[in-house]
Design a protein around this ligand. Structure first.
Ligand SMILES: Cc1cc2nc3c(=O)[nH]c(=O)nc-3n(C[C@H](O)[C@H](O)[C@H](O)COP(=O)(O)OP(=O)(O)OC[C@H]3O[C@@H](n4cnc5c(N)ncnc54)[C@H](O)[C@@H]3O)c2cc1C
Length: 582
């Protein structure tokens, strides 16, 4: 029985690898809309514009189809996915203040596959704080306040667990469910209570500890491709053409009716051939924080000096393109655990539970189940343009019980370790994306400039101090939960909390990873010369070109970025439909 089920599964995967019925190579010369990039935002835009509108839409995706990729559906495959061709696996420019001990391991991930980063991410679905969006409006994103965007989040969501907040959406296309609650997560919630951290309904108030809600259903990943492209795709087949392995290399312009430049079409490279396709109405760039500014610059829109240096003809001098890069550096913090049941790893039993019921340890990325958000005394000050100091939390900690290889040497003796990600949500440090060359296949230069601002360093130290509170709690003490101290930072001198600031400074500068880059084509007011798009996501001073992806955020949100990107895609499609009276 078991054998025949496995054979059937294998055959299905093989068939899917060979043929994806949703993908076409039959491309028309012209479409109403062209969407570049099928990630969190792009898939939503493409679906919404082609769904019962009578409009034709072409979606061009640089990566392969997700259909039949055996690593995509199961959360346990997260680490293997990162090593696969579905990850752009960018280099990060050498950092002056951070990642100092990472060497060649300092890479920047991004989904190169239909579904974009939602096909390879950790699936945590977190909208952020209501204050984030009110602050976006402070930054010139008129119409993006919490009251405006909350209904849009809800339209996308389908909370499949009864236990998910009533404030979450039900009836949307994106299935979300509560992550598996490992005994370690349960213990953390008890410890949180002991140290005065409240358990909160994340959809209402994010400051506190809450179970993680993830983009998965019955233990299977829900990517933007699953939710927005595959659901009912037959009904839209005539209107929505999806082409994969198609790298868009340039947007074309002619002189526009109002003397502006007007975008008319794109070139894309597929199977080594350059193809051109025209858009009757608009082109929407949803290639993500790193590739959208690259594509704008390759097309002549960006900082004049840089374009001239690259010998690219300037279509529009927009200094904000590629600037304002923000990303929370996620510090990998390791704790030891003595008690086996709180560090349970994947076992034959848990694998069987996952295969049969879609539940248990293997239904969660690295077994992670809870998230903690808290403020620091620096809150509000880090979003430097904020006119009002919005009280969003600045620190996020996501705990995972998975034993992972340490990136450093330690003298600590321990039986099991647990890794957690400690991130400052609204970093003051800003970096940039610049072209390395005119070749669209060359990745751009990515310089997040992490920890270049002293306030960020101080905020991370406050994050470590919160972790010390957990470490010192009786609840966590009982299971032998204690920081594993890296030798590089004189760790053996500081095995017990409280540790000096200098130790934590050394730790945060040594190791980390980034996953949530944003803001490189930000929305802003007309008088903000660094704004790239207006509040309706139209690229400034040109016609028929919009951006809809993580790059338009004025600043990072208090949580991870996929939920806001789904929202951005939905809001973009609503605005486009309004503007064209569709
Ligand atoms: C490993 C990893 C883990 C993460 N974990 C989480 C998490 O748990 N929770 C969370 O909220 N967020 C997470 N994120 C971040 C989140 O997934 C992204 O912020 C979000 O998907 C960004 O959406 P987007 O639409 O801007 O871009 P993407 O989803 O990245 O989509 C961009 C798409 O454009 C395509 N593209 C790029 N250039 C071109 C071109 N020239 N021509 C054609 N196509 C192109 C890309 O291949 C890609 O498919 C994670 C990200 C990564 C990489």
């Amino acid at each position: 029985m078991m054998r025949s089920t496995l054979i059937a599964l294998g055959m299905t995967l093989l068939a899917r690898m060979l043929y994806d019925p949703m993908i076409t190579n039959d491309v028309s010369e012209e479409y109403d809309f062209i969407v570049v990039g099928g990630g969190a935002s792009g898939a939503v835009v493409a679906r919404e514009l082609s769904d019962k509108t009578g409009m034709t839409v072409l979606l061009l995706e640089a990566g392969d189809s997700d259909w039949g990729n055996p690593l995509v559906p199961s959360p346990t495959m997260f680490d293997m996915l990162q090593e696969s061709p579905a990850n752009w696996n960018y280099d990060i420019a050498k950092q002056k203040y951070s990642l100092l001990e990472m060497g060649k391991n300092a890479k920047y991930p991004g989904g190169k596959i239909l579904g974009g980063s939602t096909s390879i991410n950790a699936m945590n679905y977190l909208r952020g704080s209501r204050h984030d969006y009110d602050s976006w409006e402070d930054h010139g994103a008129k119409g993006w306040s919490w009251k405006d965007v909350e209904p849009i989040f809800k339209k996308n969501e389908n909370a499949v667990d009864e236990n998910i907040s009533e404030k979450a959406g039900r009836g949307g296309l994106l299935n979300i469910s509560i992550s598996y609650q490992h005994p370690f997560s349960v213990k953390l919630k008890t410890a949180a209570k002991e140290i005065g951290v409240e358990e909160v309904d994340y959809f209402d108030e994010i400051e506190g500890i809450s179970p993680l809600v993830c983009t998965k259903h019955k233990g299977i990943r829900q990517s933007s491709s699953d939710a927005f492209l595959r659901t009912g795709y037959k009904e839209r087949e005539e209107y929505l053409h999806i082409v994969t392995n198609a790298l868009v290399s340039k947007v074309h312009f002619v002189t526009g009716a109002k003397t502006k430049q007007k975008a008319t079409g794109v070139s894309y490279i597929k199977d080594g051939k350059i193809n051109t396709v025209e858009a009757r109405r608009e082109i929407i760039l949803s290639a993500g924080t790193i590739r959208t500014p690259q594509l704008l610059m390759l097309s002549g829109i960006g900082p004049k000096n840089h374009l001239e240096e690259m010998k690219i003809e300037v279509v529009e001098d927009l200094p904000g393109v590629g600037a304002n890069l923000q990303d929370r550096l996620e510090i990998l913090v390791f704790h030891a655990i003595d008690d086996h049941q709180y560090a349970t790893q994947s076992t034959m039993e848990s694998i069987m539970e996952y295969i049969i019921n879609g539940t248990g340890y293997n239904s969660a990325v690295r077994g992670s189940g809870v998230v903690l958000h808290h403020k620091t005394k620096y809150f509000g000050t880090n979003v430097s343009l904020s006119t009002k100091k919005r009280p969003f939390p600045s620190i996020q900690e996501i705990f995972t019980p998975k034993d992972a290889p340490l990136p450093f040497k330690t003298r600590e003796n321990y039986r099991f370790n647990t890794a957690l990600l400690l991130g400052v949500q609204h970093p003051k440090s800003k970096g940039e994306i610049r072209l390395k060359s005119k070749n669209p296949f060359d990745q751009p230069i990515i310089d997040p400039n992490y920890l270049s601002e002293e306030d960020d360093i101080k905020m991370y130290i406050e994050g470590f101090r919160k972790l010390e509170e957990f470490e010192m709690s009786q609840t966590m003490n009982e299971i032998g939960f204690r920081l594993i101290t890296p030798e590089i930072c004189n760790g053996s001198l500081y095995t017990k909390p409280p540790r000096p600031d200098e130790f934590y400074r050394c730790y945060e500068k040594s190791y980390g990873v980034g996953y949530h880059a944003c803001c490189t084509a930000k929305i802003g007011k007309e008088n903000d010369e660094m704004a790239v798009v207006d509040e309706r996501l139209r690229v400034r001073y040109v016609e028929s070109l919009r951006v809809a992806d993580a790059s338009v955020m004025p600043h990072e949100t208090s949580s991870n970025t996929q939920a806001p990107c789904y929202m951005i895609g939905r809001k973009a499609s609503e605005m486009i439909k309004q503007d064209w009276n569709i």
